[in-house]
Design a protein around this ligand. Structure first.
Ligand code: SF4
Length: 476
């Protein structure tokens, strides 16, 4: 293996470069960050070449943030355009294998930091570029030739970003006319199991991956070129429920890959057995019970959602490869799916979006809803959210009346039960009857006579599971 000025190992994957230890920051929320992989003719690639356009590492000032773009060109007999996204998704892994270099996110959200220690060992990005390409060619042998260009000048990065966004859009559009029912197989990906062991990513024509980087075509290309790799075929099996997108084949894989932790995954459901969320999702959905609706917040949004929580806190709650009811991680392109959370009302259930996200996906929001979905400009808390939805007659408002009616009915039923309990003759044990001890009694819910004293606890629409309950006698 060639000599590099820093160590390279998967053990550096989880390493964080904190602000205090950082030499420079590249891209991220304060600047522009891009990564793109393009398939090219073998003749057009100068193998192992690193080109730097703009200030190199030695020209950068400590503690500063710089715009950043990385454009990799790959070539090989088996390399085809469909593989670009899959190769691009590995940029994250391989950069994080480099000691003292941190990489977060993907596509046009890239955020990197170079530590002071690593910057002290090299004055150029060249060895870093060569190290990443060495890893690519070792781990993905179908890449025969590779070159990279790093851009650190704002105008150049902006130019690359503009072109890249068109490429990403074209990639995402490829699945537009293909749907879940048109194919026999879906694709799975286990890349994120390294940090979210029970995560089971299922990519179908109507559901792009959570990271947004892999669609059905990408999964197919990856599984074909590297059958033993992290992307693989999932036989659909039987369609168990068309509305939620439940397939027997997905359930089999979910159980197997999560070591039985996940029993079912319903592709287009928000509440019941939703898709697992690893941590690199582009957007997180969150249920807002006060309005019976679902808000969505994207990774780039720095503010608070109307529930008073920001993206990173919600992401922390959602991620880890679990099914967290009330939260769901998705890729931005899932908003374009005709089956977008269709089991739970689809777009009619969307009650809040940050303005930057709303603008980005405006073309896919149904025309009759676009003005009814508020952003941080119109709704900053639950009160203003509720008022806006009511004023605009958002379809979710109809659910409030239905929910209120249901609540009233339940209350009436409870009152009737209380009256019946109060009116029922008290059954007194016959003389000599021995009351069974508490420990031998079957567990029954405790009913109080309401206003007669004690406490009354009412659970509505609640699911409570108790693994073990111990009742012991209080010793005086
Ligand atoms: S989010 Fe899913 S598709 Fe994307 S890298 Fe992780 S496991 Fe793979």
């Amino acid at each position: 293996m060639a000599e590099f000025p820093f160590e390279i190992s998967p053990m550096f994957e989880g390493e964080r470069v904190r602000k205090e230890g950082m030499f420079v920051e590249l891209g991220g929320p304060k600047s522009l960050g891009l990564e793109l992989v393009r398939a090219a003719d073998m003749d057009a690639i100068e193998d192992d070449k690193v080109t730097i356009i703009g200030p190199d590492l030695k020209d950068m000032e400590e503690g500063k943030t710089y715009p950043w773009a990385m454009i990799f060109n790959i070539g090989g007999e088996l390399v085809e355009q469909d593989l670009e996204s899959v190769v691009e998704r590995r940029v994250h892994d391989f950069i994080n294998y480099c000691q003292g270099i941190m990489h977060l996110n993907q596509r046009y959200d890239v955020w990197m930091r170079v530590s002071k220690d690593t910057a002290a060992k090299m004055d150029s990005f060249e060895p870093f570029g060569k190290a990443v390409m060495m890893l690519f060619k070792t781990e993905l042998p179908f890449i025969e030739k590779m070159q990279v260009t790093f851009y650190t000048e704002k105008a150049e990065v902006e130019k690359q970003l503009e072109t890249a966004k068109e490429i990403f859009k074209a990639r995402d559009l490829r699945t537009k006319d293909l749907h879940d029912e048109d194919v026999d197989v879906f694709y799975g990906c286990t890349l994120c199991q390294s940090f979210a062991p029970t995560n089971v990513c299922v990519v179908s024509p109507d559901r792009v991956s959570l990271c947004g980087a892999i669609n059905w075509f990408d999964g197919r290309a990856a599984a074909k070129v590297d059958p033993e790799g992290p992307q693989f075929e999932i036989a659909k099996g039987d369609l168990l429920d068309a509305s939620t997108g439940e397939y027997s084949g997905i359930n089999v894989v979910a159980k197997k890959l999560s070591s039985n932790d996940i029993q079912k995954i319903k592709l287009h459901s928000f509440f019941d057995c939703p898709h697992t969320s690893c941590g690199c999702f582009e957007v997180v959905g969150f249920y807002i019970p006060e309005v019976e609706g679902i808000g969505w917040v994207n990774r780039e949004y720095q503010g608070m959602a109307p529930n008073g929580i920001g993206f990173s806190t919600m992401a922390g709650q959602t991620g880890g490869g679990k099914q967290i009811v009330g939260f769901l991680g998705i890729g931005v392109n899932y908003f374009y799916s005709p089956k977008f959370i269709q089991a739970d009302g689809g777009w009619d259930r969307v009650v809040w979006l940050p303005s930057m996200l709303k603008e980005k996906i405006a073309e896919t929001i149904p025309a009759d809803l676009i003005d009814k979905i508020p952003t941080e400009k119109e709704a900053t808390d639950i009160q203003s959210l509720k008022a806006f939805l009511e004023e605009k007659k958002h379809p979710v408002v109809a659910r409030w009346a239905a929910a209120e009616e249901e609540e009233e009915e339940e209350e009436e039923e409870e009152e009737e039960e209380e009256v019946a309990t109060a009116a029922a003759p008290m059954m007194m044990p016959a003389a000599g009857y021995q009351m069974p001890s508490m420990a031998s009694m079957p567990m029954m819910p405790m009913m109080s006579a309401g206003k007669a004293g004690g406490i009354k606890i009412t659970f509505k629409k609640a699911k409570i599971s108790i693994e073990r309950m111990v009742i012991s006698e209080k010793k005086e």
